[in-house]
Ligand binder design. Structure first.
Ligand code: FES
Length: 188
């Protein structure tokens, strides 16, 4: 399929999820995606950046977020959803204000990631891939984050916490609970 020209008139409104390519219900996000598209010879190459922006906006890759990316980048919602599902960094379910990620790959596992995860689960009262009932904190395990030399690794709101120990769980959770709540995350 040939490359489409950049849509010139992003429109608002229309039926839920039934907008045509090049239209938007979120003009600000649409424009930011266009800035990313302009960096590539093929607009569809910007899909990862577009998904990131949409996730920042909506808090997760919600149907609305996927719809905006789909129309801005001219790929089907199913394709955008499939790309999002391939990468760990995209959330396919609603998440809390704070995201706590525990690497459980080999290096971290050997250095005690299982105990770290258990300590965080106990402190939060939830299990892997769950969010606290108040919607504040999501806990999830992730694959190697390329920081094996600092195992066990925990990432909090995209910031690395090196050599995290089970006994660090209590202070971390207390700190997160003391921070102001934000609508979409991931309160740094
Ligand atoms: S195995 Fe945990 S960061 Fe690589």
């Amino acid at each position: 399929m040939s490359e489409r020209q950049r849509p010139t008139v992003p429109l608002q409104g229309g039926g839920e999820g039934r907008l045509a390519p090049g239209t938007t219900q979120n003009p600000d996000l649409y424009e930011r995606i266009q800035v990313e598209i302009a960096k590539y010879p093929n607009r569809r190459s910007a899909i990862i950046n577009a998904l990131r922006l949409a996730q920042e906006e909506y808090g997760w890759c919600s149907p609305e977020a996927i719809g905006e990316v789909s129309r801005a980048i001219d790929l089907s919602p199913a394709t955008c959803q499939a790309v999002a599902s391939f990468y760990d960094m995209f959330f396919l379910q609603p998440v809390g204000t704070h995201i706590v990620e525990v690497c459980t790959n080999v290096s971290c596992a050997l250095m005690g990631a299982g105990e770290v995860l258990g300590a965080l689960e106990d402190e939060l009262g939830i299990r892997d891939k769950e969010t606290t009932p108040d919607g504040l904190i999501t806990l999830r395990t992730v694959e190697c984050m390329g920081a094996c030399g600092w195992a066990p690794m925990v990432v909090v709101n995209e910031r690395y916490q090196e050599h995290f120990q089970p006994e660090d769980a209590r202070a971390l959770v207390a700190d997160l609970r003391s921070r102001p709540r934000t609508t979409h995350g991931h309160g740094h």
